[in-house]
Ligand binder design. Structure first.
Ligand SMILES: NC(=O)C1=CN([C@@H]2O[C@H](COP(=O)(O)OP(=O)(O)OC[C@H]3O[C@@H](n4cnc5c(N)ncnc54)[C@H](O)[C@@H]3O)[C@@H](O)[C@H]2O)C=CC1
Ligand SMILES: NCC(=O)COP(=O)(O)O
Length: 353
């Protein structure tokens, strides 16, 4: 039976639109009611978000004895003078990394059902941590797992999955291997099943124009992708392809596929953002808890102006609440156990900062 989940919300890059859209999203009654919220960040930067949004949320500081529906876990860690709205910096990356790591550990330790985050700026994250590549690598390090999850871009109409993600375009072709494709098909199937699709239909995008056009425009589709799709189909996955990538989303939107597996980041993201930029969610699957964020980024060009659209953040928060509320795990639901769990959150948060 569904229960109201506890979501650890890691505030993202403070120089971007993240705090503003988080304030707006939690001011939306239906979104707020969908979960209990533990907001992880620096209270002074949250106040900046309230100012930018022109709205205020009455959220008490976290107190283990009084936690009911929402609390702010104030890590009070930002070097405020070094945060400039609209600019990447070490300070912004460091704050975002610490917020994210704390939220991940809360969930990994079973003290939150899911993690949401507002947009990170990967340039700032790299400045804050030279080893930072992307969220997947950081999650692996933070929760000490070898498991590499994957990003899924979610709209009501269709999902997008990726064989490669945050890699230079020049490297994509060499990373398209049968093993990666089969693994991505399996992860897409398992993640979508966990999200409520009993037997998802997956269309696999081709890499080259017109799926290589008989070998005229590259051989990967014929020699690598087609055999991998056949092998996956033999294992009973409902999969077809390679399908020319300029029309695979047209077919998906007509109802032929529940998801499209693309070969590289922008191949799917362009389609998804054209279909629903204001409600697109990036969902990270493959871990014991759901992780969700809006599909858009930090939008430095409009940060601080009070004009950011909160639609995708609302969609991300609601999706995480729905999936974790009906999910495979679930933290303590009775108040006494939850109180104990939330007390531990504080100790854990102190330990990781
Ligand atoms: N959820 C996350 O953590 C994500 C983080 N990123 C990161 O964000 C940074 C900037 O990425 P960009 O490619 O420039 O994409 P972006 O999404 O930040 O901006 C692209 C364009 O969309 C507009 N835009 C974005 N969100 C909007 C909103 N809510 N309302 C109105 N307009 C909006 C921006 O003003 C800009 O013109 C990068 O470091 C990237 O890695 C990108 C996507 C998702
Ligand atoms: N992994 C979260 C994230 O960065 C989402 O944006 P994208 O770069 O994967 O499009």
């Amino acid at each position: 039976m569904a229960h109201r989940p506890l979501i650890a919300l890691a505030l993202g890059d403070p120089a971007g639109i993240g705090n503003e859209v988080a304030v707006r999203a939690l001011s939306d009654a239906e979104t707020f009611e969908a979960a209990d919220w533990l907001i992880v960040g620096d209270r002074r930067l949250w106040a900046l978000g309230e100012e930018q949004a022109g709205a205020a949320c009455a959220i008490a500081d976290f107190d283990p004895g009084r936690f009911e529906r929402v609390a702010f876990l104030d890590l009070a860690h930002a070097e405020l003078g070094a945060v400039t709205v609209g600019q990447s910096s070490v300070a912004c990356g460091t704050v975002a990394l610490q917020n994210f790591r704390t939220a991940l550990r809360l969930a990994a330790d079973g003290m939150a059902d899911a993690v949401c985050f507002t947009p990170f700026n990967k340039q700032s994250m790299r400045l804050g941590d030279p080893d930072y590549v992307d969220e997947i690598g950081f999650i692996q390090r933070s929760i000490e797992t070898e498991v590499a999850g994957s990003e899924f871009n979610v709209l009501d109409e269709v999902w997008n999955a990726r064989v490669t993600s945050h890699v230079p375009l020049a490297k994509v072709a060499e990373l398209i291997t049968p093993e990666r494709i089969e693994r991505s098909i399996r992860l897409t199937h398992e993640t979508m099943q966990a999200a409520g699709f009993p037997n998802p239909r997956i269309g696999v995008a081709a890499l080259n124009p017109h799926a290589g056009d008989g070998g005229n425009f590259g051989t990967e589709d014929k020699e690598i992708i087609a055999p991998a799709v056949r092998a996956a189909a033999q294992k009973q996955y409902r999969v077809s392809g390679p399908i020319p990538s300029d029309t695979v989303y047209v077919r998906a939107l007509k109802g032929e596929f529940d998801a499209v597996l693309t070969m590289y980041h922008d191949q799917g993201q362009i389609a998804i953002k054209l279909i629903g930029f204001d409600r697109g969610v990036t969902l990270i699957g493959g871990y014991p808890f759901w992780i969700a964020t809006p599909a858009h980024g930090t939008a430095y060009d409009i940060a601080g102006k009070g004009i950011a659209d909160p639609g995708a953040t609302i969609a991300a928060f609601r999706l995480a609440a729905r999936l974790s509320g009906q999910s495979r795990r679930g933290v303590a639901v009775d108040p006494a156990t939850r109180l104990r769990a939330v007390r531990d959150i504080v100790f854990d948060a102190e330990a990781v900062v």
